[in-house]
Design a protein around this ligand. Sequence first.
Ligand SMILES: Nc1ncnc2c1ncn2[C@@H]1O[C@H](COP(=O)(O)OP(=O)(O)OP(=O)(O)O)[C@@H](O)[C@H]1O
Ligand SMILES: [Mg+2]
Length: 467
Amino acid sequence: MIDEPEVRAFAAQFRAFLKAIEESVPAPKPTRLHQRLADHLGVDPTELPVTTEGFPAYDHANVQAAMDAYLAGDEVNSDLVGLIGGGRDHHNFADLVNNARRQGQFDIGTVDYTTVTVGVGRERACVSFGLYLISEGDQRLAVLMRLSNYRGGALETLVEVMAASTEAGQAFLHRIRAEIVKHHICRGQVLSFEPWEYGAGMGPLRFHERPKVDAADVVLPAGVLEAVHRQILGVAEHRERLLAAGHHLKRGVVLYGPPGTGKTHTVRHLIGAQRDATVIVLTGLGVQYIREACNLARVIPPALIVLEDVDLVAEERTVSYSNPLLFQLLNEMDGVAGDADIAFLLTTNRLDLVEPALAQRPGRVDLVVEVPLPDAAGRRRLLSLYGVSAHLDADEVESVVTKTDGYTGSFFAELSRRAELLAATAGDVRTGMKHVTAALDELSRSREAAASSGRPMPPPVPGTPYV
Ligand SMILES: Nc1ncnc2c1ncn2[C@@H]1O[C@H](COP(=O)(O)OP(=O)(O)OP(=O)(O)O)[C@@H](O)[C@H]1O
Ligand SMILES: [Mg+2]
């Protein structure tokens, strides 16, 4: 039997022992972070509200640009300090400050920066964990800017504003959003959205040189390029007049045709021709970022959104199981206001797959254009464009034109290269009909080989390894 009074006495003694230990350990001293904030804000920072806004991680450079623009204001003074301490990524700003005061954790230290790509061959350093102490007139703000995912989910560019009131915090974030629009790094650039290889969500933006393809270098049947031009470029050029007359600017064009006929080539020409537009290119599964693309286009028009090879996603389901990506894409196109100068340019090899979706969502696409195999006149132009005709007389040109019926534009670019290579390999100074003919034969043979290997494979026999 346990003697109860004895147990009680022991418990009381033990409690007293613990208390004595507790009292012998000095309370942690608040860190300099707390003091610095208190000095700057004029009050105990643990009593102030923090207003937070998360921007996508890929907007990091935009938030930085907006911050810099804000800080460059006449009345604005600021100091940037670092905030250090293990586990800081798991705490929001208010927690960090509370811990600095009560637990003696987290202190002033060095600022963390990350290098972010902001254009072709252009990078800039952006604050990835840093505290701005801002004074503007009588107003005092402490703004923590960082790349973090402490709220769960994908990495965000987080801006946490400690201010005298929530309204003041919101007003600051409002200014930052306005500055982002003004100083957007993507404005007028050509970029693509790609999946992030390290997890869910969108990867960093990729910037591309604006391609330069002359209209004369795009070989299409008469009137085709003109029609696409009118729709994509013409509307942009006459934007004010169209708007004044109550017409919408948003437009959609589909280019369809077999592989290698010049759809991407035409797209590249259009991107080059629309010099002031922001261009966002989504290819294949990249179409899942259509919402982000539309959001960006809305912020910095005029914009051209290119959706390459949309047939690849006609049956692909990502977000919603009942809704293929292609429908999602058309819905997002719908969400863009008609008066926004935003053009959608879709390409596909398989209009048959894409058409049902277009038919169910009329009004998204104003123009469907075939990019066909070149006719005789087209092949003549292609031979000349890719420099093959230069080696041939008129009869020889006509004979190649006849022999290449059914061949694509991409074939002619390759034919030129192959003929040149054969002549060089043979040590012939001049390229002539015999090299062109040999190149034609070689390419035709490999074309047939490719076509035959493209046949569907027989299903594997059960039980045998599939190799
Ligand atoms: N109509 C054309 N006029 C001029 N050059 C062409 C044409 N078609 C193809 N080419 C040449 O062939 C290359 C490949 O063509 P392109 O990538 O535009 O084909 P595509 O229609 O987009 O094919 P895919 O359906 O496989 O994407 C081009 O970069 C260009 O050099
Ligand atoms: Mg293409």
